[in-house]
Ligand binder design. Structure first.
Ligand code: SF4
Length: 305
């Protein structure tokens, strides 16, 4: 499978069948907390990176295997709104499933009419808003040079009022960057203008792209959740990863290419596949030169290089 992966457990969406229409680490942001590592291909130009027929072909193959999932999520290895055929992709996926089709986006291109039109077709849109001014935007998201904070937020505001589906907003809170009282006040101020159904508050729980990036304290998370009436999603270990791929190592590699896993998640995953020696597989993964194992918050996190 080149474009589909999982299903993987999502803390917001349940069992999420991932669709990735974007080449590895292709994005218009280079967020300091990105769990995929550094953005290798920084671009703000929308492109037909892959033929959508090929993506749909894989989706049909997966459907034949009767895999269980709660939602189809267009997400992947970079920013999915950079995919020029996003609208067609959403429409074609919706013809083939009765589950919600969702798009997880950094929200940067919501000022672009084509992107707006595409996202209107999705059942759930999950945009991020980690910054509250140009300065925090540059520090946290490190956007492409053509992106301006005010334009991005205006796009989010206007999309949120036009969109008929569910809009679930996410803010990534980072220790020392956007977790103080001033930031709280600024977020409150911005949120008044956005029409959303849910607000999720997250913090970097998997190894970030940069050193020196830390999750916020639980006390601060509780304070922000209360003040912003948001839902905290700082749960660490997830169960429910699945893959149709028979070979254990290949299956894990196909997941961690887009979704890093810690050692407990890998062991749980292997147990659900009745693997006779999960520790042996874990040791093999550790030695695999395609994989890097990052120690973060006392968890070994496995991700593809
Ligand atoms: S976190 Fe998302 S938006 Fe930020 S750099 Fe990574 S892929 Fe891009």
């Amino acid at each position: 499978m080149n474009y589909l992966y999982g299903p993987v457990p999502s803390r917001r969406l349940g069992l999420s069948l991932g669709v990735s229409p974007i080449p590895k680490k292709t994005c218009n942001y280079a967020c300091v907390y990105c769990q995929l590592g550094h953005t290798d291909h920084m671009t703000n130009t929308r492109q037909s990176f892959f033929d959508f027929h090929e993506i749909i072909k894989e989706f049909e193959e997966i459907k034949k295997s009767n895999v269980l999932y709660d939602v189809v999520s267009i997400v992947g290895e970079g920013e999915p709104t950079l995919y020029k055929d996003l609208k067609t992709l959403i429409v074609e996926l919706k013809k083939r499933t009765d589950k919600p089709v969702t798009v997880i986006t950094n929200g940067a291109l919501l000022y672009n009419q084509e992107v707006k039109d595409a996202l209107m077709k999705a059942d759930i849109v999950l945009p991020s808003m980690d910054a509250y001014n140009e300065d925090t935007f540059k520090k946290i998201n490190r956007p492409h040079g053509h992106l301006k904070f005010n334009e991005v937020v205006e796009g989010l505001i206007s999309f949120s009022h036009a969109y008929q589906g569910e809009l679930w907003l996410e803010i990534m809170l980072i220790k020392g960057m956007n977790d103080d009282e001033h930031s709280l006040k600024m977020f409150k101020e911005k949120l008044q203008y956005i029409k959303y159904n849910k607000l999720y508050l997250n913090t970097p729980i998997r190894p970030p792209a940069e050193v020196g990036i830390f999750p916020i304290d639980q006390k601060v998370m509780d304070h922000f959740s209360k003040e912003l009436e948001g839902i905290s999603i700082d749960l660490l270990s997830s169960i429910g990863f699945q893959s149709d791929i028979k070979d254990d190592i290949t299956a894990i590699k196909s997941i961690i290419k887009r979704h890093p896993m810690n050692q407990y998640e890998i062991l749980n995953f292997l147990k659900t596949r009745s693997c006779s020696n999960p520790q042996f597989i874990l040791n093999k993964l550790k030695k695999d030169t395609d994989i890097e194992v990052v120690l973060y918050r006392n968890y070994q996190t496995y991700r593809l290089k």
